[in-house]
Write a protein that binds this ligand. Structure first.
Ligand SMILES: Nc1nc2c(c(=O)[nH]1)N[C@H]1C(S)=C(S)[C@@H](COP(=O)(O)O)O[C@H]1N2
Ligand SMILES: [Mo]
Length: 365
């Protein structure tokens, strides 16, 4: 029996500690994270932007035949070509997206799925048309209560076959900054990021920004798709009803200073002044207020550079006078609502919303 076959007949996934299963490693290879040194870019180059694909990347040879259908509780059902959509008013937004499961590998015990360490976050410039222009053309019926967005990618999760789908309430869907985007960093969307069309919901965790958008379904009842009601819910216990995952929690991250060891990734830093730098962000358009840098448990405020976009991460920097020896570095952001990153991972059964402070061990020589 081949190893691949063997891995398919293993007993189901669950909570675990320590070693990573073959399936987790395979998912980590498909769904790459931002290399932390790339936190230096204001806008993440597309090839370094983190990636999360539940099923397969749909093969779309050309966008000519693509249609975006709008159906359900609307006065005028639509089937729009990319060319028609691109004639609508355009807008470009710089948006930080973070996967709701980012940091999951550090929640113990960990739920077996994409085992993010901390690279599931990036920033891009998305261009498209505010979704409201399409919804206004279709004209929502007065009894519309939820709007579902269906991707072209299909597969199974927990035995349930589905197209990847998520929903937004009408008032959020009509917000000027919710985009139907066809461009990332000034060029057409790369296949893995949703070519030819995707939704961008700024300030929300990434799961809301449906890629390969094919169909908008206006509903007279709450959407009950798998990714809406079964997945992406904060739960303390597996059976809890829980709370839906929505906007991003305040968080910050540091560019690892010095040079790494190839395998262990331990850092070696030269003694003397070292500029520590990184990024901080929050959700729902709430700006970051302060970032503190911790050196061996002593916290000092860093310098913050605001971003030109309410939805993009801020840069922070701090001049550290590194003395020889072993040190633990950390960063901790607080947003304008007074929310602060916890020192330890908040417990969630499926590892969602882990915004605990990042700690980094460095050896100064
Ligand atoms: N159609 C579709 N849209 C999707 C997904 C998906 O698997 N299929 N993954 C979602 C999740 S969980 C995240 S975090 C973001 C990731 O976007 P990116 O891969 O462009 O970084 O896309 C979201 N949109
Ligand atoms: Mo995600």
């Amino acid at each position: 029996m081949t190893a691949a076959h063997d891995s398919n007949i293993r007993p189901g996934r669950g909570h675990t500690e320590g070693d990573f299963a073959r399936e987790e490693v395979a998912l980590a290879n498909r769904n790459s994270g931002l290399p932390l040194e790339a936190l230096r870019y204001d806008v993440t180059p597309a090839g370094m932007h983190f990636l999360l694909v539940h099923f397969d990347v749909p093969f779309v040879a050309a966008a000519d035949d693509w249609r975006l259908d709008v159906a359900g509780c609307v006065q005028r059902p639509l089937s729009l070509s990319l060319a028609q959509i691109q004639k609508l008013p355009q807008k470009t937004l710089r948006v930080t997206l973070e996967c709701a499961g980012n940091g999951r590998a550090n929640v113990v015990p960990r739920w077996q799925t994409q085992p993010w360490d901390c690279g599931g976050v990036s920033t891009a410039e998305w261009s498209g048309t505010p979704l409201r222009h399409i919804l206004e053309r279709a004209e929502l019926a007065s009894h519309a209560v939820d709007i579902a967005f269906h991707g072209a990618d299909r597969g199974f999760d927990a035995g349930r076959e589905q197209f990847y789908g998520r929903s937004l309430p009408p008032d959020l869907a009509m917000h000027e900054d919710v985009l139907i985007a066809w461009s990332m960093n000034g060029v057409p969307l790369p296949p893995q990021h949703g070519f030819p069309l995707r939704l961008i919901v700024p300030g929300w965790y990434g799961m809301a920004s449906v890629k390969w958008l094919r169909r908008i379904e206006v509903l007279d009842r709450p959407f009950d798709g798998y990714q809406q009601v079964d997945n992406y819910v904060y739960r303390r216990e597996r059976e809890d009803k829980g709370t839906p995952v929505s906007t991003m929690r305040v968080k910050s991250m540091m560019v690892p200073p010095g040079i790494p060891d190839w395998y262990a990734r331990n850092r070696t830093v030269e003694a003397g002044p070292v500029e520590l730098t990184g990024r901080a962000w929050s959700g729902g358009g709430v700006p970051v207020a302060t970032v503190a840098v911790g050196v061996d448990g002593v916290w000092t405020e860093a310098v913050l550079e605001r971003s030109p976009s309410p939805y993009a991460w801020f840069r922070w920097r701090y001049l550290w006078n590194a003395s020889p020896g072993e040190h633990v570095l950390a960063c901790r952001a607080t947003d304008a609502n007074g929310e602060t990153q916890p020192l330890d991972p908040p417990w969630d059964c499926f590892g969602f919303g882990n915004n605990a402070v990042q700690r980094l061990r460095v050896t100064v020589r």
